[in-house]
Design a protein around this ligand. Structure first.
Ligand SMILES: [Cu+2]
Ligand SMILES: [Zn+2]
Length: 215
């Protein structure tokens, strides 16, 4: 008892053993959401750190695409980091007019305008002219190949894009918080600054997803 008392004076709480707090935070990942200010944010699990720029293989971002300019386009785009500066894009579109359509990443993650003009110009952090990503010429970071929509109104893109990251602190590669835009027409890959692709008929903001424990 005495020993305990003196110990308590020296090391607060050594005897009191009030609560061996065992709220072992989730073993995977932590997305530091909202968080009560009272609590220290303990980041358990892996902090994205596979690369010097801070992105992590498997990290993912999603854009839910909504109609713009009076279209009935809906869809979803998923961006998954698959390696250093390499991102897999899977885009699924529904309700679009049949034919070839342009798709680009635009600068601003803002689809609030009815015609999606709020998303600004093509994402172009390296100040290049508009062009064809598949050729060897210059192009915007947000330029992508055209895709086909069938008679059923559906279109799909599955592509590995070099030079992108999902997250990380390199603003010239990180796709997060930009917008993905579907256009009424095909991109001619030449006309400046946006390939003469017509109106914006679909728009989605690219949002970082919680890091999964294993992926
Ligand atoms: Cu565009
Ligand atoms: Zn462009």
């Amino acid at each position: 008892m005495f020993a305990c008392l003196s110990a308590t004076l020296l090391l607060m709480g050594a005897c009191g053993s009030g609560g061996s707090d065992q709220k072992a935070e989730g073993t995977d990942t932590v997305v530091a959401t909202g968080s009560d200010p009272g609590d220290t944010v303990t980041v358990v699990g892996q902090e994205p750190s596979d690369s010097p720029t801070g992105f992590r293989s498997g990290q993912r971002a999603v854009a839910v695409i909504n109609a713009a300019s009076g279209s009935s386009v809906t869809g979803q785009a998923v961006f998954t980091q698959t390696g250093d500066n390499k991102v897999k894009l899977v885009l699924n579109i529904d309700g679009a007019p049949q034919g070839e359509h342009a798709v680009h990443l635009h600068q601003k993650g803002d689809c609030s305008a009815a015609d999606a003009s709020s998303a600004g110009p093509h994402w172009n952090p390296t100040k290049q002219p508009h062009g064809n990503r598949e050729g060897d010429g210059a192009h915007h970071m947000g330029d992508l190949p055209n895709f086909a929509v069938g008679a059923d109104g559906r279109g799909r893109v599955e592509a590995e894009i070099e030079g992108w990251t999902v997250g990380g602190n390199d603003t010239t590669t990180n796709v997060v918080n930009h917008a993905i835009i579907i256009h009424a027409k095909a991109d001619d890959y030449k006309t400046q600054p946006s390939g003469d692709a017509g109106g914006r008929i679909g728009c989605g903001v690219i949002t970082l997803q919680a890091v999964q424990g294993a992926q």
